[in-house]
Design a binder for this molecule. Structure first.
Ligand SMILES: NC(=O)c1ccc[n+]([C@@H]2O[C@H](COP(=O)([O-])OP(=O)(O)OC[C@H]3O[C@@H](n4cnc5c(N)ncnc54)[C@H](O)[C@@H]3O)[C@@H](O)[C@H]2O)c1
Length: 466
């Protein structure tokens, strides 16, 4: 539904009549506004490739869901799923968490949502063995996403898996291959692909309205010791969980409640800024630019703002070159909250996303003249915000992580057996970009993507040499 409505997108000019324009600039303005509006009016329907037709949930059947990992994001996903229970005829019938406290919380919350208690199990193998469970939500920490995704599709389940899809290349590849060898419908949790404003902006980026794009800049900031200070660190007791199972593929070590809940700060489990934020940011860039794997990546950064024992950087910058011929610059600071933005910089126009991750406020700005010739050129550039039909107010500069469309799209695809908006191909690609960013940071070297062998390598592969 959201996808359809985005095809009817229209623009609102913010210029009004306050500018005096020469006749030629009026013509240019009309041409500029008209061209991109026509592109939108024409619309495009992205092809869906049905990979499988098995396992079809009947139109009237209730979709039975199971949920693995019900922590902070798990609460969000339970709320989102509950809001779709009538429209999409779905119910959370089983919950699984290693930690007793979150397992019991998941059971109580879902009992409240559905009026009856889901089954509650500690181990995911028990949930995956439940024959009546059609689809599984995975919101464990990122080091276990790919291994659990693989197990879930091998158990015949459809899956909604949180981002990043994974952070160990061999594991992400194995999970992707398992999905492609299955009939499962898998949605990766980069939810902005299903939201109406990014969908509208993506169509502009793909329309040619920007001209040749040579640079994309993403700057997402926050002021604070992000990912430190989880209250559960003081609450959890080793006997109430299974630390060995939490570690999943990692070597054994003594129980560490900070690692358990503040995993984003420890490099063996998460790359931090890449896994958490670049996964969202680069997924949008891949989708807007229709270019999916960086050719090469170089990163830098460090712990400059919060000396609290964290291993992962709190200040991080990466540069990624893409095969179509553009550079992506991604930058995050946790020591200063200067305004966040994303800019797609083309020879005809700049597409600006004001705000940080998920912001629905997009603006298209004409590219003409230079600051060198005219210090006031910014005022003379035509611009317009991307607006949805019927919308009169500008959308906010940010949104929460609770939009319903992405989960709704997955549930719809579970019935139709069409591919959802964020496939494993998209998940694999954002994971590769994040792993390259992290590998370059830790090695201090530029890294390259060997597309033929799907490997991250330390010199340009022969196939990529011009
Ligand atoms: N899409 C988004 O906008 C968004 C937002 C926030 C978080 N996330 C993602 O969600 C993931 C989870 O983050 P969080 O903050 O909820 O973590 P969390 O630590 O609060 O919750 C994880 C839960 O998983 C459980 N768990 C871990 N391993 C398990 C296993 N093998 N079997 C069963 N249960 C297991 C833990 O006991 C815990 O309750 C992260 O990877 C993050 O990237 C996505």
């Amino acid at each position: 539904m959201a996808f359809e409505s985005s095809l009817r997108i229209k623009y609102k000019s913010i210029l009004g009549s306050r500018q005096t324009m020469s006749e030629s600039s009026q013509i240019n303005r009309r041409a500029f506004l008209g061209k991109s509006a026509a592109v939108i009016a024409g619309g495009v329907v992205l092809p869906h490739t049905a990979l499988s037709y098995g396992n079809i949930v009947g139109a009237n059947d209730r979709i039975s869901l199971g949920h693995i990992g019900i922590g902070s994001r798990g609460d969000d996903l339970d709320l989102i799923a509950s809001k779709l229970k009538s429209s999409h005829h779905a119910e959370m019938t089983a919950v699984c968490d290693l930690w007793k406290v979150n397992r019991e919380k998941g059971m109580a919350t879902n009992t409240g949502y559905y009026g009856r208690a889901p089954r509650a199990v500690q181990y995911l193998e028990e949930l995956l063995a439940m024959k009546d469970v059609d689809g599984v939500l995975i919101s464990t920490p990122e080091h276990s996403h790919s291994p659990i995704l693989k197990m879930a599709v091998e158990a015949g389940k459809d899956v909604y898996v949180e981002k990043p899809m994974g952070n160990v290349l061999s594991e992400v590849r194995a999970a992707r291959d398992a999905v492609l060898n299955s009939k499962s419908i898998v949605q990766v949790g980069t939810q902005h692909r299903s939201e109406p404003y990014p969908q509208a902006a993506q169509k502009i980026a793909r329309s040619g309205a920007l001209g040749d794009v040579s640079k994309v800049e993403v700057v997402w900031n926050y002021h604070g010791p992000r990912w430190r200070g989880r209250p559960q660190v003081k609450q959890i007791r080793e006997q109430d969980t299974d630390w060995g199972k939490w570690l999943m593929t990692k070597p054994a070590r003594p129980f560490d409640p900070q690692m358990y809940f503040e995993f984003r700060l420890y490099k063996e489990f998460s790359s931090g800024i890449p896994d958490q934020w670049i996964s969202h940011g680069i997924d949008l860039v891949h989708w807007f630019m229709d270019d999916n794997f960086p050719k090469s990546v170089v990163s830098h950064g460090g712990v400059f703002a919060w000396h609290d024992g964290r291993e992962n950087a709190d200040t991080f910058q990466t540069l990624m070159e893409y095969p179509k011929g553009f550079l992506v610059s991604y930058s995050t600071s946790f020591g200063n909250d200067a305004p966040s933005f994303t800019r797609y910089m083309g020879k005809k126009a700049t597409l600006i996303n004001h705000g940080g991750e998920g912001s629905p406020r997009y603006q298209l700005v004409e590219e003409k003249g230079t600051h060198e010739d005219d210090a006031d050129i910014d005022k003379k550039r035509e611009s317009k915000y991307v607006m949805l039909p019927g919308q009169t107010e500008l959308p906010p500069l940010g949104i929460d992580d609770l939009s319903l469309e992405h989960m709704g799209n997955w549930l719809e695809c579970m019935r139709s057996r069409q591919q959802p908006h964020a496939t494993v191909h998209a998940g694999f690609a954002h994971s590769v970009a994040c792993m390259m960013a992290a590998q370059s940071y830790w090695s201090g070297k530029k890294v390259y993507w060997d597309a033929a062998n799907e490997m991250i390598v330390d010199s340009a592969p022969a196939s990529s040499m011009g």
